[in-house]
Write a protein that binds this ligand. Structure first.
Ligand code: FAD
Length: 318
């Protein structure tokens, strides 16, 4: 009864982990959905990551358009009777989920951080008020649509011996009210904070753009090579592109190590990095909020601390 869809493969693996757990608890099956061309390799990968079966909605649509994808999903739901729909909460997924909910007159709970059964009802948790509260919610009707961001759930361990059924069906869509004329790739830097294991993040404690090299040098010796930043650095000062921006309105990250340098620790920043494995904060103000979220705190001037830290780690590494 659980249908899982994302246009992002890794995110689908994560959704399948929670989706198959829910299906098992409900005594039902989990199905991964593929939209577009038939892809046996991908379908089998989804099975090895927890899908009980895979539905391939074959379609000639060659690029994502929420309007058409929502129509396909609606048809798949009507055809399969799935009542619990997990959708990856990336840019496309968010638009798709809300359109689908509108079409089906269904409840939609977005950005769930936990999903479980309580009194045999699907119950969700999500962060609200910039991380100051957790809202616990249940559905009053079916189907139920839930969106989940990346890195919320760990994917299951791959099991290539798992078996499942792959169902393929051509799904036609009606005439769309809009058409895509051109897709232009955004010019981005070669940085993906969401996948980084180690992030050195910079805040307003840096006085000049050129000083960011101190954080770069630390990231280099840590072999992390990923630099993040608070909103003012990307949005106001434009010292870094938005690819680096971490927080409520930026990227949500979950590295093994997050080093916050010259960042005060406002709730909107914490909302994007609170799930990091180990958090180290460097701030000259001993009362800075960031220390409340940190596992290790260094009270000091980043201009003195960063070169010393970089040199100490370099010695250790060699
Ligand atoms: C709707 C909304 C959404 C937002 N979304 C985000 C978001 O996604 N991400 C985000 O980051 N913010 C976001 N913000 C902004 C957020 O509220 C804070 O303003 C921002 O995070 C502050 O950035 P900062 O910590 O770099 O700067 P500041 O708050 O100015 O802090 C600078 C820190 O550096 C320290 N410092 C100064 N000099 C040194 C030095 N030499 N050595 C060591 N430490 C030093 C200071 O003690 C201070 O703690 C949002 C705000 C709103 C209203």
């Amino acid at each position: 009864m659980v249908l899982v869809y994302s246009d992002n493969k890794k995110l689908t693996f994560e959704l399948l982990s929670k989706g198959s757990e829910l299906a098992k608890d409900l005594g039902k099956k989990s199905t991964a959905l593929i939209i577009g061309k038939n892809d046996d390799l991908l379908a089998n990968e989804y099975i090895s990551y927890g899908a009980d079966n895979v539905f391939v909605a074959e379609s000639d649509i060659d690029s994502f358009k929420a309007e058409e994808y929502a129509e396909i999903l609606e048809k798949v739901i009507n055809e399969t009777g799935k009542d619990t729909i997990l959708i990856g909460s990336n840019k496309n997924g968010k638009e798709l989920a809300s359109r689908l909910a509108g079409k089906l007159n269904a409840g939609c709970i977005v950005d769930c951080t936990n999903i479980y059964l309580k009194d045999n009802k699907i119950t969700t948790e999500r962060v609200v008020y910039s991380g100051n509260a957790i809202s616990v919610e249940q559905f009053n009707s079916k189907p139920r649509i839930l969106t989940i961001s990346s890195k919320v759930f760990e994917p299951l361990k791959k099991d290539a011996n798992r078996k499942g059924e792959i169902v393929k069906k051509k799904i036609e869509t009606g005439k769309s009210s809009s058409k895509i004329l051109k897709i232009k790739e955004a010019v981005t830097e070669d940085v993906n904070v969401e996948d980084a294991d180690i992030i050195v993040s910079c805040g307003r404690g840096f006085k000049n753009k050129g000083d960011i090299k101190l954080a770069n040098e630390l990231a280099d010796v840590l072999k992390g090579r990923t630099i993040g930043c608070s909103r003012p650095i990307a949005a106001d000062l434009k010292w870094m592109s938005e690819d680096h921006w971490i927080g409520l309105s930026g990227h949500k990250v979950k590295p093994k190590l997050y080093i916050a340098t010259g960042i005060s620790g406002q709730i909107q920043h914490i909302a994007g990095m609170r799930d990091s494995g180990v958090i180290v904060a460097i701030n000259k103000d001993p009362d800075a909020l960031i220390f409340k979220s940190a596992d290790y705190g260094i009270v000091g001037d980043l201009y003195e601390v960063l070169p010393k830290l970089t040199s100490a780690i370099k010695d250790k590494m060699s």
